[in-house]
Design a protein around this ligand. Structure first.
Ligand code: C2E
Ligand code: CA
Ligand code: CA
Length: 259
């Protein structure tokens, strides 16, 4: 009931975590992460309430809500003359992705706003019940309208190589656990290298999640990883910081401080 209220009053917050383009040395995009502030409980993690939203079907209006906020931000940046526009990735659960009419709605919203191809991305988390045919159809429809896909949290959970085999992803987001442990042992590093090589082999860009140190970033650069996301680059920032450009400047500020 309270989730319905925050949707109606538009008080669910969407934050934007910067994604660093290692090759270009600049932030070129963000991931939209939803936040639910409760007066008596503080911030409730999406990890907690997305599951609840899925069980109650509220995931559909939550997804629409996030998508609307993201499009507002992209339109505001475009109207302010920002060029090139950053890309913003929106998370979709597999449940949302195959919701009837979902793809049509996403495409309609993007077309209406006349946003250039590639500015909206979709991140899909692996899940055990991924049914390939409907998912592939939805992906194809979205892609035809300039919306690329990222396979999220790769390497953990319901990670299944069949997803990569049967579905076409432009980006593979490697789960944070791999960045965290890459320097623990040669075995850990070998696994990271193998995942990166496999993603590159199927023509996907790698986004490494959970990058927290300069040492990790440097090693990823050497491996040819294109994108890094994590607290080293910046935490999820409020809309105002994206509109002002401040959210994109975190690492540059740190790098010049290190130099
Ligand atoms: P995710 O897609 O894997 O999102 C990344 C999570 O890792 C975020 O947590 C982010 O704050 C955290 N993180 C980012 N960089 C670092 C780092 O360097 N170190 C550490 N320790 N953590 C980092 P958050 O915001 O709590 O999101 C949790 C999950 O909730 C997300 O995981 C995503 O799957 C889901 N989620 C978030 N927003 C939405 C949404 O709008 N729709 C749906 N369906 N799911 C969402
Ligand atoms: Ca994600
Ligand atoms: Ca992730």
């Amino acid at each position: 009931a309270r989730l319905r209220d925050v949707l109606a009053t538009k008080t669910l917050e969407v934050r934007y975590q910067p994604i660093y383009d290692i090759a270009e040395g600049a932030v070129r995009g963000y991931e939209a992460l939803v936040r639910w502030q409760l007066p008596d409980r503080g911030a409730v993690s999406p990890a907690e309430f997305i599951k609840l939203a899925e069980e109650t079907s509220l995931i559909v209006p939550v997804g629409e809500y996030v998508l609307d906020r993201v499009i507002e931000v992209l339109v505001a940046l475009r109207d302010a003359g920002v060029s090139p526009l950053p890309s913003i990735a929106v998370n979709l659960s597999a449940r949302q992705l195959v919701e009837p009419g979902m793809a049509r709605q996403i495409v309609q919203r993007i077309d209406q706003a006349k946003l250039p191809a590639g500015t909206l991305k979709l991140e899909v988390t692996e899940s055990r019940m991924l049914d390939y045919a409907p998912v592939a159809a939805v992906m194809q429809h979205c892609r035809a309208h300039g919306i690329p896909f990222a396979l999220d949290d790769f390497g953990t959970g319901y990670s299944n190589l069949t997803h990569l085999h049967k579905l076409d992803f432009e980006f593979v987001k490697v789960d944070q656990a791999f960045a965290r442990h890459m320097f623990d042992s040669e075995r850990a590093m070998a696994i990271v290298q193998a995942i990166v090589a496999m993603a590159h082999g199927i023509g996907a860009h790698v986004v490494m999640e959970g990058v927290e140190t300069v040492e990790q970033l440097e090693r990823l650069r050497q491996m040819g990883v294109r994108y890094a996301q994590g607290y080293l680059i910046g935490q999820a920032a409020p809309t105002a910081a994206v509109l002002s450009g401040e959210a994109a400047r975190g690492l540059q500020a740190k790098e010049s401080a290190l130099a």
